[in-house]
Design a binder for this molecule. Structure first.
Ligand SMILES: [Zn+2]
Length: 229
């Protein structure tokens, strides 16, 4: 997310903040997507509109009760001190059903959400019910879809893939691969896909030992020395 879209802000806490990054701000849209209006990054808002068209056609009773508890909101993941929530880019949305918000982490999900989740999935969105802390009201654009938008030039940052850099606050499959590799080299990180302070500390130690600049950021040199694709 950080390498493809840039950092929405310089600092984060647990409260919803505005995006301060001007090039990202320029891509934010406020749009009616059927049952409600949302604010998010343009391709995500367009994709959400398509998802909701399918929801209306396939599960109209659920569509009739859908509301939102927010899309764009620059903040940390709840309960984390370093992971940036995907809401910060406006690529995630929290939904309500008949005005009710599904309780996060209670291990149960509203039936209506389970019925619309496959529709989100086939449009390239993940459902938060599968997260470590179940978050069933939450749907977010997959990394894969964001990469596709990037390849199609829809993120307005040029078609050439930027150098992949993993940094504190990043999340996703690349972080999982990094943590696995660091563990093979003797670390004992929890492989959770969150580039938090513990992962950063191991990266810094590896860089120092390998004679690289110990900046804690995994760019092309550090990736190469780690033997990561
Ligand atoms: Zn959410």
């Amino acid at each position: 997310m950080l390498s493809l879209l840039g950092n929405p802000r310089d600092d984060y806490d647990t409260v919803c903040r505005e995006i301060t990054n001007p090039s990202l701000r320029a891509k934010i849209r406020l749009q009616d997507v059927g049952p409600f209006r949302v604010r998010g990054i343009a391709p995500a808002v367009e994709s959400l509109e398509q998802v909701l068209i399918d929801v209306r056609a396939e599960v109209p009773d659920v569509h009739a009760g859908l509301g939102t508890a927010g899309m764009l909101c620059a903040r940390l993941v709840r309960g984390s001190t370093s992971s940036i929530s995907n809401h910060s880019w406006g690529t995630a949305i929290d939904l309500t059903l008949d005005g009710v918000l599904d309780q996060r982490g209670d291990g149960t999900v509203q039936e209506g959400l389970a019925r619309i989740a496959p529709i989100f999935n086939r449009h390239g969105w993940f459902w938060g019910a599968a997260f470590r802390t179940e978050d069933a009201m939450h749907f977010e654009v997959s990394d894969q879809l964001i990469r596709r938008w990037h390849g199609e030039g829809r993120l307005g940052v040029g078609r050439a893939a930027p150098a992949m850099v993993l940094n504190l606050g990043d999340r996703g499959p690349e972080v999982v691969a990094l943590q696995r590799r660091l563990n093979e080299l003797g670390a004992s990180l929890v492989v959770d896909g969150d580039f938090g302070p513990a992962t950063r500390a191991v990266v810094v130690a590896f860089q120092a030992q390998a004679g690289l600049v110990p900046d804690g950021m995994v760019g092309s040199r550090t990736s190469e020395r780690l033997g990561l694709g």
